[in-house]
Design a protein around this ligand. Structure first.
Ligand code: COA
Length: 261
């Protein structure tokens, strides 16, 4: 097996894409985010691949943005955040081929967005835990990344309370809320994803392209995709003392002390 931070292997027209940063629970460092971004471009252009399956090495799918040191020059601000957001297909690279997520263990914050928003079809292993730790570290993400995927009240609850210390959602609850398409025992996760890939392979690529284009365009138009608007309301909190304190507390393994500024 390769030790690339993102593994890419095509077998029988299926691209197996695997995040490979297990010691950090596949937290999205700039390196991992850039590698994912490049992998989506590679997959879209690959004449041998019709469907991708995104999974992860280790005990977690992805613990979200790397809040411990994955940003260049301690630059926590928008250029870093946007680079990490480009790990998701449709943000950095438009992907018209179908992507299936095979999710086990933690899928938190950016990892949740990658599993639910970044993948067209999401299969969860029973071990999957979905959460949103952003409140603890004071990171906001644009509503396009979550609101279209959840009922309004469930979205507010998820954004505010689904973190460790709050209530993460297990795979069954995520399925009830429509975040994932199927839940299977972990041992069957990859086989189930391959079963879906086999079905998707038989659908004309142009039809899939039209359906994906329609879905993503429709969602974008009814949510706040406009970057300026996003920056206006996200910026003050991205650069706040509390946001910095949340990250430092995590690094120092202590409870954060928030001051409201
Ligand atoms: N960024 C950077 N490093 C992370 C990380 C993240 N988001 N999530 C986990 N890690 C690292 C830990 O620092 C630890 O590294 P170390 O062994 O060098 O100390 C390693 O991954 C394993 O994590 P650990 O905390 O020991 O595992 P756990 O099972 O006790 O807890 C979590 C798992 C996911 C609950 C916990 O790691 C966590 O809260 N992570 C942060 C989640 C977060 O806030 N994400 C940001 C959302 S945008």
């Amino acid at each position: 097996m390769s030790d690339d931070i993102v593994r890419y292997e095509v077998r029988d027209e299926v691209a197996f894409v695997q995040m490979n940063r297990p010691k950090k629970l596949n937290a999205l460092s700039v390196e991992l985010a850039d590698a994912l971004n490049q992998t989506w471009a590679r997959f879209e252009a690959d004449p041998l691949a019709k469907v991708a399956i995104l999974s992860a090495v280790g005990r977690a799918f992805c613990a979200g943005a790397d809040i411990a040191g994955g940003r260049p020059n301690d630059d926590w601000r928008i250029p870093w955040a946007i680079r990490v957001h480009r790990a998701y297909p449709q943000n950095g690279v438009t992907v018209f081929k179908p992507i299936i997520g095979a999710v086990h263990g933690y899928a938190l914050g950016g990892g949740w967005a990658l599993a639910v928003r970044g993948c067209d079809i999401t299969i969860a292993g029973e071990s999957a835990m979905f959460g949103f730790p952003e409140p603890r570290v004071g990171i906001s993400i644009p509503p396009i990344d979550y609101l279209p995927y959840l009922p309004f009240k469930a979205s507010l609850e998820f954004m505010l309370l689904a973190w460790n210390g709050g209530e993460m959602l297990d795979a069954r609850r995520a399925h009830e809320l429509g975040m994932v398409n199927r839940v299977v025992p972990d041992a069957d996760l990859m086989n189930e994803a391959i079963r879906w890939a086999e079905k998707l392979k038989k659908i004309p690529p142009l039809y899939i392209k039209a359906v994906k284009y329609g879905h993503y365009k429709t969602m974008e138009s009814k949510t706040m995709r406009d970057e300026r608007e996003y920056l206006n309301f996200v910026w003050p909190q991205e650069v706040s003392e509390d946001s910095r304190e949340g990250r430092h507390a995590f690094k120092e393994k202590r409870e954060p002390r928030f001051k409201g500024r």
